[in-house]
Every structure is written in structure tokens, then in C-alpha cells.
Design a protein around this ligand. Sequence first.
Ligand SMILES: Nc1nc2c(ncn2[C@@H]2O[C@H](COP(=O)(O)OP(=O)(O)OP(=O)(O)O)[C@@H](O)[C@H]2O)c(=O)[nH]1
Ligand SMILES: [Mg+2]
Length: 232
Amino acid sequence: MNNIVHNLGSNGPEKCPNFASILRTMKITSADFVKSSAIIEECPKPTKNEFAFIGRSNVGKSSLINMLVQRKDLAKTSGRPGKTQLINHFEINEDWYLVDLPGYGYAKTSKKNRAVFQRMITTYIKERPNLINTFVLVDCRHDPQKIDLEFMEWCGMEGIPFSIVFTKIDKLGSSSLMKQIAQYKKKLLLQWEALPPVFMTSAEGRTGREELLLYIDTVHQSISPSMYIKDK
Ligand SMILES: Nc1nc2c(ncn2[C@@H]2O[C@H](COP(=O)(O)OP(=O)(O)OP(=O)(O)O)[C@@H](O)[C@H]2O)c(=O)[nH]1
Ligand SMILES: [Mg+2]
């Protein structure tokens, strides 16, 4: 995946050859909203692989899910932060789940509410046995934020597999984008020995879809639910 990141040339991401589609593209044949849950106990039974999207409010989690499944309004989006307030499950190809989570660090809510969200998210991520990858979304325009770095550090300490997705890349020109990403990686490497997989996306420009789906498919194919379903 990093090859794709490094291979983005001066023409900009939208003009870069699409290596992933040459290899193979996972087909999305169905995408259905299953339910919204406030607590982990309410979530669908953990019998299918699942991938979650997390990040600060307004970073573009719900928009990215819609872009991946090519549905405009499957996940609810909003220009105002704090739209997604529950754990939302979407079943894909009747085979695996995409999960839209509330954003962390939403400043305009009460301290108590923030603590409730925080607990909801961390309990879900830590205890969901079928969660096989968490995508941590960061807005490509911003320098590394303490809250994101701390969240990734927490994932590392808890042994939670995660990948980084830079969102809204349509908002930057290609050279600023490359500079931002390089700086971000440099900052991460102060803390990490190696980087997790890194993706660049634009829900607006529908960029990065194939790469993300290829990665999801590869991880999905490598983990069988029998590895975490406990026999009674
Ligand atoms: N230009 C641009 N805008 C985007 C992109 N992705 C999301 N947005 C916009 O960013 C805003 C927030 O998008 P959401 O998908 O609702 O963000 P979220 O992370 O789900 O937000 P919460 O549910 O509040 O945590 C909306 O106005 C989107 O239209 C993108 O790739 N490019
Ligand atoms: Mg949302």
C-alpha cells in the first residue's frame, strides 16, 4: 500500500495510475444498514469480520463509508460535527460489517457527554472480538493532532490493529499533500518503529476507493470467523 502512496507523482493523486484496479477490485454487491447501538451488548452478534472507522468529528468517516459502498446516504453525514452519535453497523455483501463510529474529541458537547462517547468507543474497540481492523481517519490538511496521536498510541498499547486514512485530499494540491503526509509520517516515526498501512482518500473526488477495498478484502480473506467465534 505504501507503494501507492509513494508513487503519487507530480500529476496529483487523481491522475496516478490505479494499481489496485489492475490487481483486483472487490465488488460490493449489497450494503445494508443493520442497526445503531449505544453499547457493545446491543451490537450485532460478532460472527462476521468487521472494519471500523474512527477519528475526530467531521473528519469524514460517514462520507468515506458512503464512498466505499457507492451509496449517497447510507451513513448519515453532516457539515456540523457530532452527527454520528451511536455505533452504526452496515452489512456488506451479506458477509462482513463496516462500522461508523461517533467522532472523538467533539469540543461542543458537555464534558459528561464526551466521557460517555469516549467510553462507548474504547469499550467497543477493545472488546469487539470480530473487529479485525480499525481505520483511523485524519484530515490531510491538519498537522498531527495530540488526540489522534494519543489514540494511535492507545491502539498500539492495546494491540489493536489499525491503519491510517488521510481524508479530504481534494482540498490540497498535490505538492502540499505530499508535504503534509511526509511531515505526518515523520512525526509518527518519532513514536513508532514502523508505520501502519497508510491510505489517502477523497469522498468528494472518489479517490482511494480501490486501494482501501483491496486492503479490506485482503485482511478479510486472511481471517476466518472461526478464529474468534467461541464454541459454547
Ligand atoms: N471536500 C471534501 N469534503 C468532505 C470529504 N469527506 C467528507 N467531507 C465533508 O465533511 C463534512 C463531515 O463529513 P462526515 O462524513 O459527516 O464526517 P464524520 O467524521 O462522519 O463526522 P461525525 O459523524 O460528526 O463524527 C461534510 O460536510 C462532508 O461533506 C471529502 O473527501 N472532501
Ligand atoms: Mg459521521
